[in-house]
Ligand binder design. Structure first.
Ligand code: SF4
Length: 354
């Protein structure tokens, strides 16, 4: 598939001079001018055409007065956008064929190859792979919207949503969500994914629907030597996926998956469901987190998973779900607002209990 880089400039008459500087010897490119012309160039910077066309949303601004390092950065962004755009276009074609029931066996594998399995060489889940959905998914958008009416909904402080500026991973994870929630793959097909010993489902985003849950469960079945931590908030989708895969009891749960139920309300642990291995709750401040830990919760608190022994992936399945407490990372004003809502809810629940 063609890989064309897109740029625009606000400087009249600058396109050809910019083209000479932007040519990389490998990729054709376009520059939109301030007069709304689109000039196209080959990989050596020779103009191949000019027309009027709306500026593409992937176009990166460039200017003649840029430093060389700024131009290199613009090239990196344009090239990254071209790469992810190609994947999005391929996926669109294959998903349309799938919706029409016309996707061949090779087409299914080509679609699956567009799913990204990330390796984390640093950061919180250092040493793990992850297969991610995105905060752009239908479920997350609903949850983030619901946080506007309820300060305690953790999705209002979503770290993944705050990462929208990480454009490439945001678009790639959106693509993951789209593919894995639309087409149910077989265990044999899913064996083609390359995953190491430890893998997290949904480091970003959530399970969109039961198809996605079933794909996750089948990925686990296709990689029996990998230990998976399956984070979720969308309980109905995960439960429907388990049932559709013939899993109705705790004894029938996959050996290599730990289900980590992420509580929706800050400071209030979700009720553990029959398939939960752990309930993960974010508490509004140090004191409430310490109280949860004193009451028996496992302390997460932003530690690296390696330091805690990868509890969420490896702990022994117990009859009762483990409780895990995490301290909310947020600014002073937001914490005060959340603490106010937390204390008001505690008071309401205590009044009801009397
Ligand atoms: S409890 Fe441990 S394994 Fe789970 S998220 Fe926290 S640090 Fe990672």
């Amino acid at each position: 598939m063609e890989k064309t880089l897109y740029y625009f400039t606000q400087m009249a008459g600058a396109a050809d001079a910019l083209a000479a500087a932007l040519a990389d010897g490998q990729n054709a490119f376009c520059i939109w001018t301030p007069e709304d012309f689109r000039k196209t160039y080959d990989e050596r910077g020779h103009m191949t055409g000019i027309d009027c066309a709306p500026r593409h949303s992937d176009a990166v601004e460039v200017s003649l007065i840029m430093q060389e390092k700024d131009q290199k950065n613009a090239h990196r962004i344009a090239s990254g956008r071209a790469g992810i755009r190609n994947k999005e276009q391929q996926a669109e074609t294959l998903l349309q064929a799938a919706a029409a029931g016309l996707l061949s066996a090779d087409g299914r594998l080509a679609l699956l190859a567009l799913v990204n399995v990330a390796y984390h060489s640093s950061g919180k889940i250092e040493g793990c792979h992850s297969i991610d959905s995105c905060a752009s998914c239908e479920f997350c958008r609903r949850m983030i919207d619901s946080a506007e009416g309820n300060t305690l909904v953790i999705c209002g402080a979503c770290y993944a949503d705050a990462d929208q500026y990480k454009e490439f991973s945001w678009r790639q994870h959106s693509l993951n969500a789209r593919i894995l929630s639309s087409v149910l793959f077989t265990v044999d097909e899913l064996q083609t994914l390359v995953i190491g010993n430890l893998c997290r489902f949904n480091e970003d985003g959530d399970t969109v629907n039961d198809i996605m849950a079933r794909n996750y469960l089948r990925i686990a079945a296709s990689h029996p030597d990998t230990s998976f931590g399956y984070w979720y908030k969308n309980a109905p989708a995960v439960e429907a996926g388990l049932h559709a895969e013939g899993i109705w009891t705790r004894d029938a749960l996959p050996e290599n998956v730990r289900f980590i139920h992420s509580s929706i309300l800050i400071g209030f642990a979700a009720r553990a469901l029959w398939f939960d291995d752990a309930v993960f709750t974010v508490y509004p401040d140090a004191e409430t987190t310490a109280a949860a830990v004193a009451a028996g919760a496992h302390e997460c608190n932003g530690r690296r998973c390696r330091e805690c022994g990868y509890t969420c992936y490896l702990h022994i399945r117990r009859a009762e779900a483990l409780h895990i407490a995490e301290y909310l990372r947020t600014g002073k004003d937001n914490r005060a607002r959340i603490m106010g809502a937390y204390l008001a809810r505690v008071a309401r629940l205590e009044a009801l209990a009397r």
